[in-house]
Design a protein around this ligand. Structure first.
Ligand code: SF4
Length: 484
């Protein structure tokens, strides 16, 4: 059996897909490079925006009906939160089990939410339902009716449980039980576990899920019960990547810098041979400790780029968003980074059109952008997500005309700042990791301080190489440079 994984959007999903690959290869399944070459297509989905979910249904149309489809990831997980746990004794008689290991069809569909522990208990009590995963929800029902080739829905946390589910789906497999006893301890298959096109970068998760419950965010409803992985496990995983020639490691977590041993992890990884670049994402402003900033100042291999997702710069909006820092702290964070004796680029996230954001609130955010001179702002257009506090309590009350005007003003300002910042890069020598060959003699990717650059050279450069580039020209949001 050959499988192909379609990984959507976020970095965490790329790391999850590497774990799925590991479990399946251990069951003697083979990786297919393309959908055409596969028997099974696995969607590792995202639900941060409605657009991400729509993309799955859109892509499902492209899968030939004779290929099996499995679906996992946030999209199928968030609808299961906050549902009543159905009485266990109700299960065996009432449920009509069809061909879906992660799906349960009943005459009166109910949503079940079972923890792994409960599944294990069920396993002992009722062999027949051992493979029932986190059961039925309306989304499963709609999708599987429309696409009968969907064979399996499973939670990413239950990846370790896949061999059992597959047996119940009548796949003839053998597997190593030792490997699959808990999600976080699955050693990811050494494949390209990053979004890059080469194999020299790898993502290493250091925590899973999030308990923060920002008012607009669906993540805690799909992936909650935050868990921090042990330092030793993280270092071992990084070592596996480095032994395979990886040069750049990006640590992952929903709030990556909240890990109580975050600085220790960075220091331990910086001791490893072969590591050239170390990055992390996604952080939360208040977990930037002085110790972490000092490390950025001293350690050349810790990339000179700090991302601080401020989201807004109005106390009123931050409070509504349940983001627990103030306007004043935003100033302080920026001052601290600018005060370091190393040139560090700063990027941020801003949510545009958050409900009830007044003109005054928005003006404050523009002031932050002016002050921060960010190298990039990742603008998230507010998207109403089910279950969230914002969805229930903050109706979208911003007129379209105002939205458009705010979007334009923020964009214009960012454009102007990027112009200024990029002008200052000309004649600098920057290290760049080559990710892509463009037309003719052009290569492309980012500098160590996260600036996109187009490199001109007649030489053939291997993807994933780290090269020195002299910046010769700037355009907005991009640099041009020559290979040295
Ligand atoms: S910190 Fe907030 S925005 Fe980030 S994943 Fe957690 S709830 Fe979502």
């Amino acid at each position: 059996m050959k499988f192909h994984i379609i990984t959507l959007w976020c970095q965490m999903n790329y790391s999850d897909s590497a774990r799925i690959t590991s479990v399946l290869k251990n069951c003697w399944f083979e990786v297919a490079e393309t959908v055409e070459d596969s028997d099974i297509v696995i969607f590792d989905t995202c639900s941060v925006r409605q657009k991400s979910e729509d993309k799955v249904t859109w892509k499902l149309k492209e899968i030939p009906i004779w290929k099996k489809v499995w679906i996992t990831g946030c999209m199928i997980q968030h609808t299961m939160r906050n549902q009543k746990i159905t009485e266990k004794k109700w299960l065996p008689e009432q449920l009509k089990v069809w061909n879906f290991a992660g799906n349960v069809m009943s005459k009166e569909p109910k949503v079940l939410w079972l923890t792994s522990e409960e599944i294990n208990n069920l396993k002992n009590e009722h062999q027949e339902v051992v493979w029932i995963n986190h059961a039925f929800n309306p989304l499963f029902h709609t999708l599987s009716k429309k696409w009968p080739n969907i064979e399996l829905f499973f939670r990413i946390d239950d990846t370790w449980f896949l061999p059992l589910m597959l047996k119940r789906l009548w796949y003839k497999i053998s597997y190593d039980k030792e490997l699959t006893n808990e999600y976080s301890t699955i050693i990811p298959e050494w494949i390209n576990s990053s979004m890059n096109l080469h194999w020299k970068s790898a993502y290493v998760p250091i925590s899973s899920w999030c308990n923060q419950f920002c008012a607009y965010c669906i993540v805690p409803f799909a992936r909650w019960l935050e868990k921090w992985f042990p330092v030793e496990q993280i270092v071992n995983e990084a070592k596996i990547h480095l032994e395979h020639g990886v040069k750049e490691i990006t640590l992952l977590g929903q709030i990556v810098n909240k890990h109580p041993d975050f600085v220790t992890i960075l220091k331990e990884l910086l001791k490893l041979d072969g590591l050239e670049w170390l990055r992390y994402t996604s952080p939360y402003p208040t977990y930037y400790s002085d110790e972490l900033l000092e490390l950025h100042e001293k350690e050349q291999r810790l990339c000179p780029h700090i991302h601080i997702p401020f989201q807004s710069w109005s106390d009123a909006v931050l409070k509504k968003m349940f983001r627990w820092y103030s306007e004043e702290q935003c100033y302080e964070f920026i001052d601290k980074i600018r005060g370091l004796k190393r040139d560090i680029s700063i990027t941020t996230d801003i949510i545009l059109w958050f409900p009830w954001e007044t003109d005054e609130d928005f003006e404050k955010t523009l002031k932050l952008v002016e002050y921060g001179r960010f190298d990039m702002i990742y603008m998230g257009i507010y998207s109403n997500r089910p279950w969230t506090f914002a969805d229930k309590k903050y109706p979208d009350d911003i007129p379209y005309k105002v939205k458009h005007e705010r979007w334009k003003r923020l964009n214009d300002l960012l454009y102007h700042i990027s112009e200024e910042n990029n002008k200052n890069e000309v004649w600098n020598i920057r290290k760049v990791m080559i990710n892509e060959k463009w037309k003719g003699e052009e290569y492309y990717w980012v500098t160590e301080n996260m600036k996109q650059v187009i490199i001109h050279t007649e030489k053939d450069i291997e993807l994933g190489s780290l090269v020195d580039v002299k910046i010769t020209k700037w355009v907005v949001f991009k640099l041009d440079g020559d290979l040295i």
